[in-house]
Design a protein around this ligand. Structure first.
Ligand SMILES: Cc1cc2nc3c(=O)[nH]c(=O)nc-3n(C[C@H](O)[C@H](O)[C@H](O)COP(=O)(O)OP(=O)(O)OC[C@H]3O[C@@H](n4cnc5c(N)ncnc54)[C@H](O)[C@@H]3O)c2cc1C
Length: 256
């Protein structure tokens, strides 16, 4: 991990409030593995003071990409960056999805949670049997479906809450059937907390290995400030930035 001033090679609006930023860094692009994230300074000044965390969406050395949603001031500032601008980036940070071979893996993405999964699907689809469930509020929030279909996936299921563009439903709607049909023994998921709660209810007791990549408010990104802690099922607090962001589902104390 290191801090580096990086060149913005492109910052493209994909749709609505969703952007893809291509950033030049030989170091980060070569060192990153699926699950890792970076902390990005969204302005050139101390306002806002804190860098913002973003998952690595894909790599193409010397470039890496982040796929982000504009939700507040920091991400809005990031969206205003132009090609050739410079951004301070710290990374790669956090742990990674475990590397498997010849497993039947189900990826479950909720909205922008597809970001770290995309990298993992790209990397692991050659050596594992991969299926994908991907859902979002509406078709405007369900991006990269065509790109994802180009990977050698056993089954893909796309859902929108409002039924626009894809099957109406949640990522959990047909999950048990998809798990049975494809002999799934591992899941990797990323999405909003509510999605994890439902996943835990639906598949937490099936006896398969479930890994979740969590989002949390984050100050430093490497374990110093404790602003990203979540409660573990053992009653102890875990730092999303340095103990995670990838955890076994049963390590986390879910609300339900
Ligand atoms: C490890 C990690 C990886 C992430 N990867 C991505 C990614 O690939 N793409 C992406 O778009 N976002 C990602 N996020 C979330 C992203 O960091 C936040 O959306 C961003 O920091 C918001 O900054 P802001 O200043 O625009 O919003 P703020 O003004 O700080 O907040 C605006 C709204 O966003 C919510 N919010 C802010 N920060 C977070 C957060 N960390 N988690 C959940 N909700 C938050 C707030 O509740 C508020 O409603 C990731 C977060 C973590 C911890």
């Amino acid at each position: 991990m290191k801090e580096e001033e990086c060149r913005v090679a492109a910052n493209t609006i994909i749709q609505g409030r969703y952007y893809l930023m291509k950033i030049e860094s030989a170091y980060i692009s070569e060192k990153s593995k699926p699950g890792n994230f970076v902390m990005v300074a969204v302005s050139g000044s101390n306002d806002p003071l804190l860098k913002r965390p973003f998952g690595i969406f894909k790599i193409d050395p010397p470039y890496f990409y982040i796929y982000y949603e504009v939700v507040g001031r920091g991400s809005k500032l990031l969206a205003s960056k132009k090609e050739e601008d410079r951004v301070m980036v710290v990374g790669p940070l956090g742990n990674v999805f475990p590397e498997y071979e010849n497993e039947n893996i189900l990826f479950v993405g909720g909205g922008r949670g597809i970001a770290p999964l995309y990298f993992a699907i790209e990397k692991y689809s050659g050596s594992n049997n991969i299926s994908l469930i991907y859902g979002a509020r509406s078709k405007e929030d369900l991006l990269f479906t065509e790109e994802l279909k180009k990977f050698p996936l056993k089954e893909t299921a796309f859902y929108t809450d409002d039924g626009s563009g894809f099957t109406k439903g949640l990522v959990t709607t047909d999950i048990k059937e998809i798990i049975n049909r494809n002999g799934i023994n591992v899941t990797f998921s990323c999405g909003p907390d509510k999605m994890f709660e439902s996943l835990n209810e639906e598949i937490g007791s099936l006896g398969i290995r479930n890994f979740v990549s969590l989002e949390a408010f984050m100050g430093c990104g490497f374990g110093i400030c404790y602003s990203c802690v979540v409660k573990g099922s053992d009653g102890k607090y875990k730092k999303v930035c340095s103990d995670g962001p990838v955890f076994r589902m049963e390590e986390i104390k879910w609300q339900t």
